[in-house]
Write a protein that binds this ligand. Structure first.
Ligand code: F6R
Length: 613
């Protein structure tokens, strides 16, 4: 099976299409980078250029063989199965050469459809499910694009965002989406399609999110919308206030470093939405639960994938500790098939930076079907999760382009922390004095983050000596265990170094067998009550030959004598320390990857938005 999480762009207007399409694809390259292609109507024909490899390969091809024309579509692809190849690259067309299209998503019944279409005489040239849609549309098409799209949707099972160029309607683009993100927008020089907002931000700030099976027809003069039956509908637009520079690398070598350096601002911006620092109070109206319903809450179930899941691990601790509410955390892809039956009084919090992660969306829908209250912690306005959840606690991280999540984790964590605090306030488990104390300490966090960023040279130096490490283990207890999970994920995904996280006490139940001379073990020791225990675990690995690095705060005992290196964090409350502790871990992963010459912003095999399960 071939599955995709790709980036789509489209443009029709008064300018040359190719440069606009390439510009958009460059912004979307985080969604996939196995191959790229464009198709442009040149006045008499639809001309296609596509190539296996990163976008630069397509750019080189276009420099040699340019295409002119002001209406076109483009695609950057990520495939997990089936070779990335010229043949499988998008755009794809039909045998009768009536149309070409680009696709993001997965057509689940493509084998059955392909068989049917072959019997009808279609000749397939690729292994993709996308070509099945192109052939199906070509088979149905009789001069009415909207009717053909409506009819084709009745056959297709699965998820799709499609941008289509019909040969006999060369100034217009057609697009349609189901369970796959897509936005359209109209700027001063024409109309645009993209999988994600940043790709069109240079041309327009007023964007419309495509709803389930809705169709948009883009022409140089405007955009018309239709429902899944082909009936005209009105759709409003959302004004995007992000700064375009936020989606550009500027003077930074990598987006990952830029985004780590943005953490103090992202953290402050997010916290400001939920806290009045001047009044030392939470903004009660910013939270889903109020005086009337917080007491009825029996349990919180938190769902996410990857880094968002790790932020949820912190959330679980915050809800238990601050609000004394039982909280469970589960990985979305496991939860959706767990057959879980929700209980009365339970609420579901889904965490997602993109708001488009397929498994997280599925978990959200399960809860909604069960009548459970759903709350999203999400960074992208208008995303599927933001639209479908009952309530949204937005993070204000701005666009996150590097595949490795950094600033989104911190902003998710602070939103969860503040929500737990608000519940604790209402339920009487956090006193007014404690709340004010935490808010004061929270307001110091961005400056302390900045200090860590300013001192990053030490981490860079350490990485320059350790980047040949083959295995790195991260250990910690409680909150530090949750931090270890994220630290290990960051390191492995950008530097390809095998890294694992363990609750420190668990090590000697098996994993310690892997410790031998020179293996690097990172101990995260920030929780005063547990510090001595993790320090002992570090000593256990040190005497077995491990090289030991500790990340710690305040006075946590004589770590210097056990460890090859100790990194000190600025002092803060134990509950707030994750907001600081993760930064050196992200920097460590970054510098290790840079030293190894890895593709930091686009690690192999990964894509930013995991829109398929
Ligand atoms: C890791 C990373 C992924 C994402 C995960 C969820 O650095 O970025 O693990 O955290 O794919 O993505 P969202 O938050 O968009 O649902």
């Amino acid at each position: 099976m071939v599955i995709y999480m790709c980036g789509i762009v489209g443009y029709t207007g008064s300018n040359e299409a190719a440069p606009i399409l390439l510009d958009g694809l460059e912004t979307l390259a985080y969604r996939g980078y196995d191959s790229a292609g464009i198709a442009v109507f040149d006045g008499s024909e639809i001309v296609m250029r596509k190539e296996k490899g990163q976008l630069s390969v397509l750019e080189e091809l276009l420099a040699k063989e340019p295409v002119t024309g002001s209406c076109g579509i483009g695609h950057t692809r990520w495939a997990t199965h089936g070779e990335p190849s010229y043949i499988n690259s998008h755009p794809h067309g039909d045998s009768k050469k009536q149309l070409v299209l680009v696709h993001n998503g997965i057509i689940e019944n493509y084998v059955k459809l392909k068989r049917m279409l072959i019997e009808k005489g279609c000749v397939f040239v690729s292994d993709t499910d996308t070509e099945v849609v192109a052939q199906l549309l070509g088979d149905i098409y009789d001069g009415d694009p909207i009717a053909a799209i409506v009819r084709a949707m009745q056959f297709i099972e699965g998820s799709f965002a499609l941008a289509i160029l019909f040969r006999d309607d060369p100034e217009r683009l057609y697009c349609v989406a189901k369970d796959s993100p897509m936005v359209v927008g109209f700027g001063k020089d024409g109309a645009h399609i993209a999988s994600d907002i940043p790709a069109m931000l240079a041309y327009t700030r007023d964007v419309t999110f495509m709803g389930e099976k809705q169709i948009a027809v883009l022409s140089p003069d405007g955009i018309a919308f239709y429902d899944k039956h082909g009936m005209p509908i009105d759709k409003g637009s959302t004004h995007i206030t992000w700064d375009l520079d936020a989606a550009k690398k500027g003077s930074y070598e990598h987006f990952m470093m830029k985004e780590i350096c943005e953490e103090p601002v992202a953290f402050r911006k997010t916290a400001d939405q939920y806290v009045s620092f001047r009044n030392r109070r939470l903004k009660a109206d910013s939270f889903p639960w109020g005086e009337s319903d917080a007491h009825d809450l029996k349990r919180i179930r938190i769902i996410g994938c990857g880094t968002a899941y790790h932020a949820g691990m912190l959330g679980k601790r915050y809800f238990s500790e601050l609000a004394k509410i039982p909280a469970e955390i589960e990985i979305a892809s496991e939860f959706r098939y767990s057959g879980y039956t929700f209980e009365e009084g339970e609420a579901l919090i889904v965490i997602s930076q993109s708001g488009e992660t397929a498994d997280t969306i599925a978990a959200l829908r399960m809860a909604k079907e069960a009548g459970v209250r759903t709350i999203a912690v999400c960074n992208v306005v208008g995303s599927t999760i933001a639209r479908e959840a009952d309530e949204v606690l937005f993070t204000y991280a701005g666009p996150e382009i590097a595949v490795a999540a950094t600033k989104s984790y911190l902003t998710q964590a602070v939103v969860l922390f503040l929500t737990a605090m608000r519940l604790g306030e209402i339920r009487g488990t956090v006193s007014a004095e404690r709340a004010a104390e935490l808010i004061d300490k929270l307001s110091d966090i961005p400056d302390r983050m900045q200090k860590l960023l300013d001192d990053r040279g030490e981490i860079q130096f350490f990485a320059s000596r350790e980047f040949n490490a083959k295995h790195v283990f991260f250990i910690g207890r409680g909150i530090d265990s949750a931090l270890s999970m994220e630290a290990a994920l960051k390191l492995k995904e950008v530097s390809y170094i095998h890294s694992e996280a363990y609750p420190a006490g668990e090590l000697k139940h098996g994993t310690i067998a892997l410790i031998e001379e020179g293996v690097l073990v990172v101990g995260i020791i920030t929780q005063h009550a547990l510090a001595a225990k993790t320090a002992s675990n570090l000593e256990e690995v040190r005497v077995r030959g491990a090289k030991v690095l500790a990340l710690t705060n305040g006075n946590q005992g004589d770590l210097e004598s056990h460890c090859s290196k100790v990194w000190h964090l600025p002092e803060t409350d134990d509950l707030l320390v994750p907001f600081l502790a993760i930064i050196p871990m992200q920097l460590f992963a970054y510098y290790m990857a840079v030293q190894k010459g890895c593709s930091v912003d686009k690690p192999r095999n990964l894509a930013k938005s995991v829109t398929v399960e």
